[in-house]
Design a protein around this ligand. Structure first.
Ligand SMILES: *[C@@H]1O[C@H](CO)[C@@H](O)[C@H](O)[C@H]1NC(C)=O
Ligand SMILES: *[C@@H]1O[C@H](CO)[C@@H](O)[C@H](O)[C@H]1NC(C)=O
Length: 474
């Protein structure tokens, strides 16, 4: 009897005073695309090595695309219940979620989580972001009741964040029972949407993220994590290996299309506008589809088919960049990041990923990813051929969502997310995030002036590319 009490006591003391890698699961939110998968594997090996050096132990590390066969894992919510199932009766007390580009210093991290573990109120920790005003990328959500407490916060995903197992169990139960679900059908910013789900609402409030200085946006001595910059993988691809197809209509030839020509269009060789009227001055061709107010599915499919036909004999073309007439692009940046991906006959689709249907238990299995069109969609020639075979349910179905659903459920092609593409304007994103990366694109010709956005973010790099006219003369 006494030994048993002593043993229990010993076990309790052990839990209370020691905290080590056995209490943590490292979850790397990965993508199957070869480049991203290799970055994730490198991070996994790095964590493994660090934990062996620290504790002579094997760390628990997941690469989501290899270890969890659930759709929309990048939105975190579909991962909660598999994580609970796996670790419910284990020593695991915290789950760390990181991106493949997150740098992790394990000794500092375990120290930080050990400290957080003793704080009753710290249910999840990370680098807190907040919005100055309601923003389109966060569904214009606004939390009036939190004004006095400093407002709503959500983690900077690229810095990683950690959730207590207890919180994961509770959220997972609420999602499973239908008591809580995402408000929006669209997944745009997973860290924000997760924070909103965890918080609930004024009548049923869950914990807000606890700020932890060990989770950084810029590397420093105190940091357990910080985001690494996106490196290139060699020389930029030549801009003339990309065919730039801009979707427009006759009502915008004199305005938006002109802005494209004045800005990024100056720096590309293969630029073609696709419209509902011929206009040799742009040049624009009529794709034979009447203009619709939104959606544009039939038009985009017609464009894809036409471009696939045109590049058939242009063997130097490896990529097709599908843009809206109000996409603001950094050509040089695009050429740089494409050095990491496989173009030509390989199947690669790249851009800013949104999700549809993942947040609701009923629709989750039908959920899919899509590349949101405004920030531009990059397709390898091989992917363009596949995509051109997708069909539209109506003339004006949303083109980007149709392509996403077709890729996911018909063709089993996975789309690749790059956070450097942006569906919205610079000011719609948190400053800490957008200023540190080297963005590739923004979208929308509203205030500020698109010429100014281009000049601020992209012009300097694009000047390194020779303007088209000059190149032709040489
Ligand atoms: C538009 O141009 C294409 C060739 O680029 C031509 O086949 C077509 O007939 C033209 N349409 C009109 C209405 O002029
Ligand atoms: C491409 O080249 C082949 C063979 O040279 C030719 O038959 C075909 O018509 C060409 N296609 C286009 C779109 O020019």
């Amino acid at each position: 009897m006494y030994t048993r009490v002593a043993l229990l006591l010993f076990a309790w003391v052990d839990v209370a005073i020691t905290f080590d890698s056995r209490n943590v699961v490292f979850t790397i939110i990965s993508q199957p695309e070869p480049y991203h998968a290799s970055v994730a594997r490198r991070l996994k090996m790095d964590i493994e090595t660090q934990v062996v050096e620290l504790e002579k132990r094997e760390a628990r590390i997941h690469i989501t695309h290899e270890d969890f066969a659930v759709g929309g894992a990048w939105t975190i919510i579909p991962l909660l219940s598999p994580l609970v199932e796996k670790y419910r009766n284990s020593a695991v007390r915290w789950v760390l979620f990181v991106e493949p580009h997150t740098a992790v210093r394990c000794a500092k991290l375990i120290e930080a989580l050990a400290a957080a573990d003793t704080q009753k109120d710290a249910m999840w920790v990370g680098y807190p972001l907040s919005d100055d005003e309601p923003t389109i990328i966060h569904h214009f959500a606004y939390f009036e009741e939190l004004e006095d407490e400093g407002g709503f916060v959500y983690p900077n995903f690229a810095s990683g964040f950690a959730m207590k197992m207890e919180l994961i169990v509770s959220i997972s139960n609420k999602v499973e029972s239908g008591e809580r679900q995402l408000e929006a059908e669209f997944s745009i910013d997973p860290a924000f949407e997760l924070a909103r789900l965890v918080y609930g609402d004024i009548h049923d409030r869950g914990p807000l993220l606890t700020a932890d200085q060990s989770f950084c946006v810029v590397s420093g001595d105190n940091c357990a994590t910080y985001p690494r910059q996106f490196d290139t993988c060699g020389s930029p691809v030549p801009e003339d290996s990309i065919y730039f197809a801009v979707k427009t209509w006759s009502g915008y030839h004199a305005t938006r299309a002109r802005v494209v020509k004045k800005t990024w269009g100056r720096h590309v060789t293969n630029l073609q506008f696709f419209s509902d009227r011929n206009d040799s001055s742009l040049p624009a061709v009529d794709v034979g589809i009447p203009n619709t107010v939104s959606g544009h599915c039939a038009k985009t499919m017609a464009i894809l088919k036409e471009v696939v036909k045109r590049v058939e004999n242009m063997t130097h073309i490896k990529w097709i960049f599908l843009a809206d007439d109000d996409t603001i692009l950094g050509v040089q940046r695009l050429c740089e990041i494409l050095s990491c991906y496989r173009g030509g006959d390989d199947v690669t689709v790249l851009g800013e990923r949104y999700g549809y249907g993942y947040g609701n238990k009923e629709t989750a299995s039908k959920g899919y990813d899509y590349i949101t069109g405004g920030g531009g969609t990059v397709l390898s020639v091989g992917a363009s051929k596949l995509a051109s075979r997708c069909s539209c349910s109506t003339l004006g179905s949303p083109d980007d969502m149709t392509l996403g659903a077709c890729a996911t459920h018909v063709q089993r092609v996975s789309l690749t997310h790059s956070p450097l593409f942006h569906q919205a304007r610079p000011q719609d994103y948190p400053r800490e995030v957008v200023a540190r990366d080297r963005p590739v694109s923004f979208h929308r010709h509203s205030s500020p002036d698109p010429l100014k956005v281009y000049a601020t973010w992209f012009q300097h790099d694009d000047l390194a590319l020779r303007p088209r006219g000059l190149k032709d003369e040489l």
